[in-house]
Every structure is written in C-alpha cells, then in structure tokens.
Ligand binder design. Sequence first.
Ligand code: ZN
Length: 216
Amino acid sequence: MLDFILSDGRHLLSHLGMSGGYRISETKVTEKHTHIQFKGTHEGQEVFIAYVDPRRFGHMYLYNQEDAQKKLNELGIDLKSPDFTYDYFKKSLLKYPHRLLKVTLMDQSLFAGTGNYICSEICARGFVLPGRLVSSLKEREIKKLYTAIFTVIDGATETGGTTFAGGYADTTGSKGGGVQHLVVFYQKICQQCNKTEVVKTTLAQRGTYHCPKCQK
Ligand SMILES: [Zn+2]
C-alpha cells in the first residue's frame, strides 16, 4: 500500500492490485490504461505522476489523517518488513486452521504486500499445494513456505518487478525482467522440475497455478 500525503494533510492510499503501477514523467502521460494523473512540481519543473493499471484490480482511498491511520492499521505486516518474522508468519497462518493455504496467504489483514501471482509462486517454491488446508501443514512445510516468500519477493524486486500478460512496469514504463523467475504462474511447464505441465485452478476467486509433481 502506497501512502501519498497531500499538501492539505489528507492521505491518498493506493493499492496496486495485480498490474497497477505509477509512471513519473516530465510530460503528461498518454499511455493506455492511465486512469488518474497528478500534476505537481519538483525543483521548479512540472512533473506528472500517473496511475496505470491494465487489469484494474487496484484500489485508491482518500482519507483524512485519522481514517488513513485506521485503514493502515487493518493491514498485516508487510512481507518486506523486518517485523515479518517466522513466528509472525506461523502464528498468522494458524490463526485460521480451516482455511485453504492460498486464501490465507492472500489475506491482507495478515500479510500486506502479497498478490495473486506471488501466492502461486510462494506455494510452488515451498513445494506445497495452494489448496491445502492450513491445519494439515507440517512445521517443515511452514518453514519452506517462509523461506520461499523471500525468494519470490527478492527475485521480483531485484529484477525490477514482474511482468506478465500486459502487467507490471516500473515508474518509467519499462517492463520488469522478473518474469524469468516465475516457476508456475502463467507457465506451461513447471520451471522447477522442467517437465511437468502446470495445472491452473481457481482459488480465492483467482487463477492459481501449481505443479502436481513438485507440490504436495
Ligand atoms: Zn514441477
């Protein structure tokens, strides 16, 4: 969740969804799928900040200071925060033992910053099926999932985000190179065993990908 503090003190909270992103430009952004554009100045220069989102899963909220804080407090710990420890991860997972793993991973009140593709990738790299009941997970599987989160998140950020099907781009509009790190999401063949066909299902109302051989 991005938090823009406006000059009148209000907060614009912006959740990028699956394919949303910002472009920063000295000229007006005319890219397709630009939904909203802000004009400001930076060191005397006009600057445009545009929100571009081909698939429109992003959300924006305009709040006063107090309500913005409330909204931010509803979010779980960000996956990139130092407070996102193994204990926190395990405790949060086990909070709803009868949920499916993917449903809980997608829960922003527990884990801020997860998205649909990230959840498929975490399950794949943790070698666990996304449709497993949380209560059936063994300690070693929870540990693998925790480690997998960092592999997925770091892979996606170091290479400038992940792109697929007209999705992600960085603030200059360049497509990220992170796509090469995907092992199941939008893949035909599992990139971990390099031979099994990836299976697509719908979980938590979203396209979910897994390898029937690597994941148990
Ligand atoms: Zn596989």
